[in-house]
Write a protein that binds this ligand. Structure first.
Ligand code: KG4
Ligand code: ZN
Length: 324
């Protein structure tokens, strides 16, 4: 079995995955959303302190599996440096105490492997990764070969939902809040322009759209509930249209038999529906594994274990900004 740890942002999570059949034997996650909500985003130092409490609490519940462990896997990149360090320190201590090897795992590879929890992997695969930190289209040939075809020039898709939620007076994370408001709104009531629609660039940009929404919000003295719903719906429509416009262009150059959406924002049902209509076979992770979790890190770790990608205790590095 592999014990995996995830602490790259504001979710403390540990999983135990059986190597031979990918079975998820244990999975717990403690989210810090409430603690960060009043600040409108994740406060790294606070997140690190909360991981330092939550991770040992979850670990205590995994003791029965210790005799069967073959490796300790941990997210070491990308993410917030002070929170990554919490998971990596725990992984090093466990590796030393139990005398088993360490497997550093890239968080974005983890999101891709969220598709294969308790399943065989399917490659080649086109992937749209939409999270709080990333908006990327990837051509994934294998665990080691993941090419970035497009990424964001500024804000990410999920981050733009978080910021619009804050502008409308709601909390963090904003994704589900905006999606729910949008269900009650008229998506044609405000006409925001789709970013980079006349640009040949294979890239995304959300900062301009965020500013369009800000100007719209500021044009009202006060916002009633229905207007908030209308703004949320109009914003979501354009945020998703930007993704589908660029994806259609990418699909002309790369014809993917299999395409997937992963990452926290892939839980958005409106986005899922729109992508379903432009892809042949759309793969999705179960909703519970879309946002950050250790089960996806454990599943990716099985591949790393087969490839013997072990790392010496002194060599493991925390890389906050690296990509796949
Ligand atoms: O993957 P994730 O849990 O953490 C990162 O690696 O960033 O993604 C969290 C992000 C947040 O920005 C959150 O607002 C966004 O995913 N998100 C959503 C939805 N659910 C979560 N964005 C849009 N619609 C949603 N339903
Ligand atoms: Zn993530």
């Amino acid at each position: 079995m592999i014990l995996s740890i995830e602490s790259s942002c504001d979710d403390s999570s540990i999983a135990i995955t059986r190597i031979k059949d990918f079975k998820l034997l244990f999975h717990k996650k403690i989210s810090q959303e409430l603690e960060h909500s009043k600040y409108g985003g994740v406060v790294p130092e606070l997140a690190a302190r909360l991981h330092a409490k939550a991770l040992p609490y979850i670990l205590e519940q995994t003791r029965e599996f210790f005799p069967y462990l073959k490796a300790i896997a941990v997210t070491n990149e990308p993410g917030l440096s002070v929170t990554l360090v919490e998971g990596v320190s725990m992984a090093k201590a466990l590796s030393l105490a139990l005398n088993i090897p360490l497997l550093p795992i890239n968080h974005l590879k983890g999101h891709i492997y969220s598709l294969f929890i308790e399943k065989q992997e399917i490659f080649p695969l086109g992937v749209l990764l939409v999270s709080g930190g990333h908006t990327q289209v990837l051509e994934v040939s294998s665990y080691d070969k993941m090419d970035v075809l497009a990424s964001t020039l500024d804000d990410s898709f999920g981050e733009s939902f978080d910021k619009v939620s804050k502008m409308l007076g709601f909390g963090y994370p904003g994704g589900a809040i905006i999606e729910n408001l949008a269900k009650k709104g008229d998506e044609d009531s405000f006409s925001f322009t789709v970013p980079l629609s006349n640009s040949p660039k294979m890239a995304f940009s959300y900062s301009g759209l965020k500013n369009q929404v800000r100007l719209c919000v500021e044009s009202f003295e006060s916002l009633d509930e229905q207007t908030k719903c209308n703004i949320a719906a109009s914003f979501q429509k354009v945020a998703v249209a930007h993704l589908t416009q660029k994806l259609k262009k990418i699909f002309k150059a790369h014809s993917f038999q299999n395409f997937a959406i992963v990452g926290g924002a892939s839980a958005n049902l409106y986005l899922r529906e729109k992508l379903q209509s432009i892809t042949k076979t759309l793969h999705l992770a179960p909703l519970e594994f879309c946002s950050d979790n250790a089960a996806m890190i454990g599943r990716a770790a099985i591949k790393a274990y087969e490839k013997k990608l072990f790392c010496k205790l002194d060599d493991i590095r925390v890389n906050p900004r690296v990509l796949v």
